[in-house]
Design a protein around this ligand. Sequence first.
Ligand code: HPA
Ligand code: ZN
Length: 349
Amino acid sequence: MTTQCTNTQHRLYQLIGQLPKTELHLHIEGTLEPELMFALAQRNQVTLPYASIDELRAAYDFHNLQSFLDLYYAGAAVLLTEQDFYDLTWAYLQKAHDDNIVHTEIFFDPQTHTLRGVPFAIVYQGIRRALDEAQAQWGLSSRLIFSFLRHLTEQEGFDVLEQAMPFLQGIDGFGLDSSEKGHPPAKFERLFKRCQELNLPCVAHAGEEGPAAYVMDALHLLNVKRIDHGVRSLENAELVRQLVAEQIPLTVCPLSNIRLKVFTTMQEHPLKQMLDMGLLVTINSDDPAYFGGYVNDNFKACTTALNLSDQDIVQLAKNSFIASWLSDAEKARQLAEIDQIWQAWKLAD
Ligand code: HPA
Ligand code: ZN
């Protein structure tokens, strides 16, 4: 790499760090770093099937979504108390704050915990306490998205929703995650109808490993307003036209896509192509403890592999606000702030 090239990259990395951003696709259980997993295992006297942190990290060699999910659900077994969920969430929020994330909309998977005997209240209260503290300490705002596991039945979704009812004032939306193939959106049509009757917005993972048809069904059958991943939408030109026309946000997770072999290399990732097509794409970390990077790491990896310009980076930061559930006034304030920071960055050249 030439000096010129290294300098350009260094400058773009500075811009990434300086820009305020949101994160809109983040599974809190996927932020469980190996060090914390071992510490919680010891605190709760849970035996892990790995002798060391290095051995655990070495197991993070995934060949598809399912091979990751098997480890992700096994790792969550160390989370038992309200303090565990607080510690998990607080560790993520510190990292988000370091990355200049000023607003985050996080998923939690209640069924991963309730089905092994941890009460919904314990999970919710630990996460909520950390979110409230980040708001008080740094002004880092958040939304909490209750995500259903799609490999389970729709009835199991209704059952866990019942347990969440006393806490509904602290839940901001609903999502759908876990094994995509063979579990189409149609399986959850009645459950999502019920969620919408509760007047909360819904999102769904679609078009990660599953086909573009799942993205269409998530939009039309589940009535979601934002798609998580959605990278396989590109396989259907009519769908792309709709996504562009309606500016439906796609929460893309580049490092996740590479680690789960959705694309072979970062150079082949369609993020830049999607941006150029006018799709409302955002950059997110998904499960950063498992996929090797938080939001700024994802921005940097894309910048290097896809030759993103400063304008692309600024557009992605702006998209993260546009696609969020913040108020229009707050979005306008953040977009103006981004323009100011960009201008100052250019002058410092
Ligand atoms: N896809 C589906 N389910 C998930 C993911 C993902 O990337 N991460 C955690 N649960
Ligand atoms: Zn995800």
